[in-house]
Design a protein around this ligand. Structure first.
Ligand SMILES: NC(=O)c1ccc[n+]([C@@H]2O[C@H](COP(=O)([O-])OP(=O)(O)OC[C@H]3O[C@@H](n4cnc5c(N)ncnc54)[C@H](OP(=O)(O)O)[C@@H]3O)[C@@H](O)[C@H]2O)c1
Length: 275
């Protein structure tokens, strides 16, 4: 047993802490995923765009773990959101992973002019066919998430950037009201939070690092999962240990007072975040 708590909703059962894999590649990347699985991680986050589904699948096979103990997420890129393109992308992801199904299949980014209802209906059909256990979206601002929910699609999760320096209260309320898990990506601000002085000061009081405080702050929130990427085994271990870092009222007040407008992921094709 790994000691990582699970978030259970009517639509999925997801380990609260997972391993992000963006940037992991080749033999070294495969070894990093194998290390995480050996340490007790059971939730892996990949995407067709990361071009690393093969090494994630190879690490899973090397681990010898039963498939049902793992929670594997992958994502369809925003240029592939026509129904046939989603089906082709999904089949290619499964082939690269060497799996019969994934646990969660996400739209990676919304696309301008996409047929949202048709895309979500295709994801729902893949779910009904047993090719994914659950479906979700990433990088949807509140208005677009409301539109997605209004289609009636059985969405189980939203994945967005979320950490101590970015307010996501509107999306979190929407997720909680509709039974969706909010998965926090870039939970360490792409590594920048390791240097954040307030988090470092809080950590010093608890024998923890700033990064661990950043993760502890997310992991204590109901319905929130976090997927830090860590290549180094010592960081993978430290991130697991963040589950045991206690934060008191003074710590939470200090984190609440930090600026909340820092986005580390904002590509040219990103949606209007206020929409
Ligand atoms: N849906 C989306 O559009 C989207 C966008 C971005 C990310 N994601 C997902 O979210 C995952 C995580 O986000 P991210 O990769 O952007 O950034 P992140 O997890 O916030 O930060 C990763 C960086 O933090 C370092 N790190 C990890 N643990 C640490 C620790 N305990 N102490 C100090 N440094 C530590 C890593 O170093 P080392 O690797 O060298 O150990 C790496 O440089 C991605 O890998 C991906 O799976 C999804």
């Amino acid at each position: 047993m790994t000691g990582i708590p699970t978030i259970t909703t009517p639509r999925l059962s997801m380990p609260k802490l997972g391993l992000g894999t963006y940037g992991l590649s080749g033999r070294e990347g495969q070894r990093a995923v194998e290390s995480a699985l050996a340490l007790g991680y059971r939730h892996l986050d990949t995407a067709e765009m990361y071009a690393n589904e093969e090494i994630v699948g190879a690490a899973i096979r090397a681990s010898g773990l039963p498939r049902q103990e793992l929670f594997v997420t992958t994502k369809v890129w925003w240029t592939n959101l026509a129904p046939d393109a989603i089906r082709a992308a999904h089949a290619a992801s499964l082939a690269r992973l060497g799996l019969d199904y994934v646990d969660l299949y996400h739209i990676h980014w919304p696309a301008p002019g996409m047929d949202l209802a048709a895309a979500l209906a295709t994801l729902a059909a893949l779910m009904a066919e047993g090719r994914t256990r659950a479906i979700g979206v990433c990088n949807f601002p509140p208005g677009l998430l409301r539109a997605a929910l209004a289609t009636g699609a059985p969405l189980a999760a939203l994945q967005v950037e979320y950490h101590c320096l970015l307010d996501q209260s509107a999306l979190l309320s929407l997720c909680r009201a509709n039974g969706l898990v909010l998965t926090a990506y870039s939970p360490l601000g792409k590594g920048h939070l390791a240097e954040e002085p307030t988090l470092a000061r809080i950590g010093a009081r608890h024998g923890a690092t700033a990064s661990q405080v950043a993760l502890a702050w997310l992991l204590r929130q109901e319905g929130v999962a976090a997927i830090p990427k860590a290549q180094r085994p010592e960081s993978q271990r430290a991130n697991l240990a963040a589950l045991g870092v206690p934060l008191d009222a003074a710590d939470l007040a200090a984190i609440a007072a930090l600026p909340k407008d820092r986005r580390f992921v904002n590509p040219a094709f990103a949606p209007d975040w206020a929409a």
